[in-house]
Design a binder for this molecule. Structure first.
Ligand code: DGJ
Length: 700
């Protein structure tokens, strides 16, 4: 039986699976395993308890009732009531050092499942599955969930919740007997989508401890589960949440489950983040061009498109060193507010009588790229396209779904609707110099029927197809995934886009939290981070420029503010900050993220350290007023403890507001060992709340 066992292993983690009595068992997912593993089955054979099956049962990866498993099955479905219970047998088992592919069949249910696991050099596990209908009749697939076992040391889970302008709030809780489910039923991943589900020990921190993470690569409806059974067995799973009848497999048809990306780390939440970032960066389609410093004009002009005003903005942008300018919502037919125009992707002569070409030329002549906003999946009832084709919306029966931001969702799996959007968007792109599009998605999908059947899966596949086609037709086009801020940030759409709009909240204090947790999965170079206005439009809060600029530096940086209103001093700071971003972005966008386990609840210390540990750039952020006179010292993990460094504070956009008579001496620059930086640290100044500054650490 030895050929029926596969060990995928790196120095970070291992996955061990083997075939037992025709079932596929995941024996281990966690720390690296080695040596003689042939007796693991014997070692793990449990006793037979009172009031139990007479023989030991192994539910296997399919988690089947027929094999005595009493938790949630991996696959559920039926053929008009029959084939409701399965017993799959492994019929093929192929593996290499990094990949295992298993075919399982149930000839009675006339189904085949092909599952594969692949582990990359960073220990990141990619799990795929296909369900094939071998029968002559329709098979209704109700659910397919990927599962991975969790050891008993995993006593907690961490997932994320949120709303518009406040995405990705961590929620950490104890695992108890039962099932913890995080459903997404918005038809987009959503503000409340848990970008990852992470199991932890009670001691796991950013830097230390075991963590097991999964992230579902899907932008439609989905589900994360953590299940602990009465017998102590526990596991985590994730998959697409299928609506009733959504997947009906005809004879010979297949269902491809969304991919699950999973990581075990022995070095805490930062270990998980680092593996996600490395995995994402290794993709052939990862954006490689330096991430252009962006000015998005939305919060500067909203719907008030006025060429003279926009030119003034461009002039200031050019002075500052902006490399890409984005014209947001409001440029197309009738779009003077959010009640009209979505779906009519033609330039509105009422606001742009000469079209967009002159303003694009004005921008390009200054050496700046141009970007344009679309929301292709949507229509306003007040639009030509809806008046012509009311049947093109996702709907059920005679019902029109409730409006949300005055809009309805186009059914992109309807060929007419798909071609309308593709051709209108494509026509604009073909006739203008447009480097980038920001693609929004400002409402949820409800009652989302396609020709009388549930249509969320098809809609999700259609938008992926549309993005791929636009990129194929328009070489080097970049796409930003936006959905009222961060409501479509996930590992499904990531392969079609180059940037995520992290949140509509440009308030830097709120952004500290939102960026901190979105980057748990997404590397900073893919997260749009803008300097917002002095008085935040979402929160009404007034924040120092240094705080806003420090916060916006840790991502794909930009500005979203009417910079014609900025003072001479502020413009000078914006320019030096822009220069700083450009000088440091290669390092910021390729390094290891570090979120320090800072003991003082009033502050945050986070940053990046280059892979060779020669540079570090950190931000110290005073979130709330300190209680102690001296905040906890700033200690810097992740550097080389055997090397010496220069550490100093830097202020590319001006100094923060202090609450001290004299700053700590080191801020002007001192030399100190990496070991002292990690173990002893440097003094933190007391800042006024909602202030921040940067700390540069360079090897000497
Ligand atoms: C929501 C987006 O998140 C904003 O950035 C902006 O593009 C508006 N939509 C435009 O309507």
């Amino acid at each position: 039986m030895s050929e029926q066992r596969a060990l995928l292993s790196t120095s970070h983690s291992s996955l061990l699976c083997e075939v037992v009595d025709g079932a596929l068992l995941i024996r281990h997912w966690g720390a690296p395993l080695s040596g003689d593993l042939s007796r693991i089955a014997q070692a793990m054979k449990p006793s037979i308890a009172n009031s139990a099956f007479d023989q030991i049962q192994s539910g296997g990866i399919m988690r089947e009732s027929s094999r005595g498993f009493l938790g949630r099955p991996a696959l559920s479905g039926h053929r008009n009531g029959s084939s409701w219970s399965t017993k799959f047998e492994v019929t093929d088992f192929h593996h290499s050092d990094s990949k295992v592919k298993i075919t399982l069949r149930d000839l009675h249910a006339e189904l085949e499942v092909v599952i594969s696991f692949e582990m990359d050099q960073f220990g990141v596990l990619t799990q795929n599955a296909t369900v094939n209908n071998l029968g002559d009749t329709n098979y209704s697939l109700d659910d397919f969930t990927h599962w991975l076992p969790l050891p008993e040391e995993a006593t907690q889970t961490l997932d994320f919740a949120g709303r518009w302008a406040n995405e990705r709030n961590p929620q950490r809780r104890d695992i108890a007997t039962g099932t913890w489910i995080r459903d997404t039923r918005e038809g987009r991943s959503g503000h409340n989508f848990s970008i990852a589900d992470i199991a932890l020990t009670s001691h796991t921190t950013f830097a230390n401890g075991d963590a097991w993470a999964t992230s579902i690569a899907w932008s439609g409806n989905s589900q994360y589960l953590v299940e602990r059974l009465w017998n102590g067995e526990q596991s985590m799973g994730a998959g697409e949440l299928l609506l009733p009848g959504e997947v009906q497999l005809g004879a010979g048809e297949s269902y491809q489950a969304p991919t699950l990306i999973s990581i075990y780390s022995a070095s805490g939440l930062d270990g998980i983040a680092s593996a996600f970032h490395s995995h994402i960066r290794a993709r052939a389609l990862h954006p490689r061009r330096p991430r252009p410093l962006t000015l998005n004009m939305w919060e500067a002009i909203y719907f008030n498109h006025n060429e003279e005003k926009i030119k003034k903005l461009i002039d200031v942008a050019a002075e500052i060193g902006i490399e890409r300018v984005v014209l947001d919502d409001g440029w197309f037919l009738g779009r003077r507010n959010d009640r009209i125009g979505l779906g009519d992707w033609e330039i509105d002569p009422a606001v742009w009588p000469q079209g967009l070409s002159p303003i694009i030329k004005y921008i390009n002549d200054k050496g700046i790229e141009f970007g344009l906003w679309f929301e292709g999946e949507m229509v306003n009832p007040d639009s030509n396209i809806y008046r012509e084709h009311p049947e093109w919306i996702l709907h059920e029966g005679d019902r029109v779904p409730p409006l949300w931001r005055n809009q309805l969702v186009l059914d992109l799996s309807h060929e007419g609707a798909y071609n309308h959007v593709l051709e209108q968007v494509s026509a604009i792109l073909s006739t203008h110099s447009i480097a980038y599009i920001k693609w929004d998605h400002n409402r949820v999908l409800v009652d989302a029927g396609h020709l009388g059947k549930a249509g969320v899966r098809k809609q999700t596949q259609a938008i992926y197809r549309l993005f791929a086609e636009l990129k194929k037709r328009h070489k080097d086009l970049e796409i930003e995934s936006c959905a009222s801020g961060g409501a479509r940030v996930d590992l499904g759409v990531i392969d079609y886009v180059d940037r995520f709009w992290t949140s509509d909240n440009n308030d830097a204090l709120a952004r500290q939290n939102i960026q901190r947790w979105t980057s748990q999965v997404i590397p900073p170079e893919m997260l749009g981070t803008h300097i917002g206005p002095t008085h935040g439009h979402q929160t009404g809060r007034t924040l120092e420029l240094s705080m806003r600029a420090t916060t916006a530096l840790f991502g794909h940086a930009g500005i979203e503010w009417d910079i014609t209103e900025a003072s001479t001093q502020e413009r000078a700071y914006l320019k030096s900050w822009a220069d700083y971003y450009k000088a440091n972005r290669a390092f910021l966008h390729s390094s290891t993220m570090v979120r320090v386990d800072y003991p003082d609840e009033h502050g945050l210390l986070h940053g990046v350290v280059s892979k060779d540990k020669s540079h570090g750039l950190f931000a110290y952020v005073q979130i709330t007023p300190t209680v102690a006179v001296n905040p906890a010292p700033l200690k810097f993990p992740g550097l080389d403890i055997a090397s010496n460094y220069e550490i100093k504070a830097v202020y590319p956009a001006g100094e923060p507001r202090y609450m001290v008579v004299q700053k700590p001496e080191w801020m002007n620059g001192i030399h100190i060992s990496g070991s002292a930086l990690a173990m002893v640290g440097v003094s933190a100044p007391i800042l006024a709340p909602a202030n921040a500054f940067l700390i540069e650490i360079n090897k000497i």
